[in-house]
Design a protein around this ligand. Structure first.
Ligand SMILES: Cc1ncc(COP(=O)(O)O)c(C=O)c1O
Length: 473
């Protein structure tokens, strides 16, 4: 195969793809059922491989039927957008293909990761902090819970964990499911994650947290871990860290901040107050692959105390890899991974490019776009907010004229939006109420992108209403 020819053709495909994404007529997705995609793309691997042209054709098809998350009408997930310097950084990271375990193999990337951890700790106010890049926010939450368990039960690293210790973790009832997964993986058990009541805005109620902790102590259990969510997955609510920190200090419990979704708000002078008290936490999960628009995966676990992460590792007596010869700590010694992608590199390239102020502006813009979207909902007679907007998520419903089941109507509306391919948003349940959730995660959104979204939504809603009227009439 002529690799250079494939490379040139691939770059021209990338250019065409990026140009198309700028065009407001380009669909976010060419929706197809699994069987239809299977009929278009030849998935099995053959013995002899494919020709150069067949290979290039597969590249086209891959892009054509993948969701275009860089398109500004992709408002579905907590991540979106196309970040040019980070994309280039990621290509170069793949090109060099170094692994983050040692300075020997990844000298530049090691220094980059150290610098990113230092910078991120300075925002968190962790003056003697440390951290490590992990493979996602869920894993950051896992390593945080793992570190908390090892603090109260250091012997469990060698002996394993016994249920006689009755460890209990406490999270917002609207916290991410990864805490239950973490408890499951750690042998603590998902049932031992206590879900604490939240208020009408989705923020944990500190008095309820304290009540639950005290009741747990009364039962002879050992509360060891509390998580403040910043921001919650559906509503974007920020738990009150300051108040939670007082409770955790009183009971000597590890306090973790799950900023997997909204942690990047800490970059904004205007909105950082949402995370007041962050410097009092023991650990902080921060996902640059969400609001900083770094390509997946780019996720960090910061810890307040240096040495905590190394303490998690039972045996680093691995002289075939860690030689300690370069007067710098090998980062593999504080990670539960061995081979590890250099995810800090794409973040560094992007942060270098935009600068501290540039990123601050991007985060401010996300909040402004959420405010703008909220205003669009409030001004339209047929749209209603389902709860007060907390940050970057706007949750709302469409109310048709006719007497109809609002959940069924809004579910159908979001499905017809998705299948039209013009805009994609997600939905979730607030109690029994189905709400459409628009997330402003793409730092380059403008009011006209939000307007286009609402035009598309209202057009689909009108079509759906007409069909229903015909059926009922
Ligand atoms: C609050 C919260 N925590 C954790 C996660 C998990 O992050 P990741 O998808 O990077 O594993 C998410 C993902 O949406 C989240 O919203």
């Amino acid at each position: 195969m002529n690799n250079l020819k494939i490379l040139e053709e691939s770059f021209s495909k990338i250019k065409t793809y990026l140009q198309a994404n700028e065009n407001t007529n380009t669909r976010v997705v060419e929706f197809k059922k699994p069987s239809e995609i299977q009929a278009i793309i030849d998935f099995p691997i053959s013995a002899k491989g494919v020709t150069e042209n067949e290979f290039l054709d597969l590249l086209d098809k891959y892009l054509e039927y993948s969701v275009k998350t860089g398109n500004k009408q992709f408002l579905n997930q907590l991540y979106s957008g196309f970040n040019f310097p980070a994309f280039i950084g990621d290509i170069f990271a793949t090109l060099a293909n170094t692994s983050m375990y040692t300075y020997e193999v990844a000298p530049v990337a090691t220094l980059i990761e150290n610098e990113m951890i230092r910078l991120m700790n300075s925002y968190a106010g962790y003056t003697h902090g440390d951290g490590v890049f992990v493979s996602g926010g869920s894993n950051a939450n896992l390593v945080a819970m793992f570190s908390a368990r090892n603090r109260v039960m250091p012997e469990s690293r060698f002996e394993g964990y016994s249920q006689i210790h009755k460890l209990k973790a406490f999270v917002n009832e609207q916290a991410h499911y990864s805490f239950e997964t973490a408890a499951n993986v750690l042998g603590i058990g998902a049932k031992n994650v206590i879900k604490v009541k939240s208020d009408a805005n989705g923020r944990i109620i500190p008095a309820e947290l304290e009540k639950e902790i005290e009741a747990s102590i009364q039962r002879g259990e050992k509360p060891f871990f509390v998580a403040a969510t910043c921001a919650t997955t559906l509503l974007g609510a920020y738990d009150p860290i300051d108040e939670m920190a007082i409770i955790c200090k009183k009971h000597n419990i590890w306090l973790h901040a799950d900023g997997s979704f909204g942690g990047s708000v800490i970059l904004s002078d205007k909105h950082r107050h949402l995370m007041n008290g962050i410097e009092k936490t023991d650990s902080f999960a921060w996902n640059p692959h969400k609001l900083m628009n770094i390509p997946l995966v780019c996720s960090v676990l910061l810890v307040k105390e240096r040495g905590v992460l190394q303490h998690n590792i039972t045996d680093i007596n691995t002289d075939y890899i860690f030689h300690d010869i370069d007067q710098i700590e090998d980062l593999g010694k504080k990670s539960i991974q061995c081979g590890r992608r250099v995810d800090a590199v794409k973040l560094w390239f992007a942060w270098k490019y935009f600068g501290l102020k540039g990123y601050q502006n991007r985060i401010d813009n996300l909040m402004e776009m959420a405010q703008y979207a909220e205003a669009r909902v409030m001004e339209h007679p047929k749209l209603e907010l389902s709860s007060n907007r907390q940050s970057f998520a706007v949750c709302f419903r469409y109310k048709p004229n006719s007497e109809t089941d609002l959940n069924a109507f809004n579910l159908a509306l979001r499905e017809s939006m998705r299948k039209s391919g013009k805009s994609i948003v997600n939905y979730g349940y607030q109690g029994k109420i189905l709400v459409i959730r628009l997330v402003t995660a793409n730092g380059e959104l403008t009011p006209s992108d939000i307007d286009l979204f609402f035009n598309n939504l209202l057009t689909e809603a009108k079509k759906l209403e007409n069909t229903q009227n015909l059926q009922h009439g």
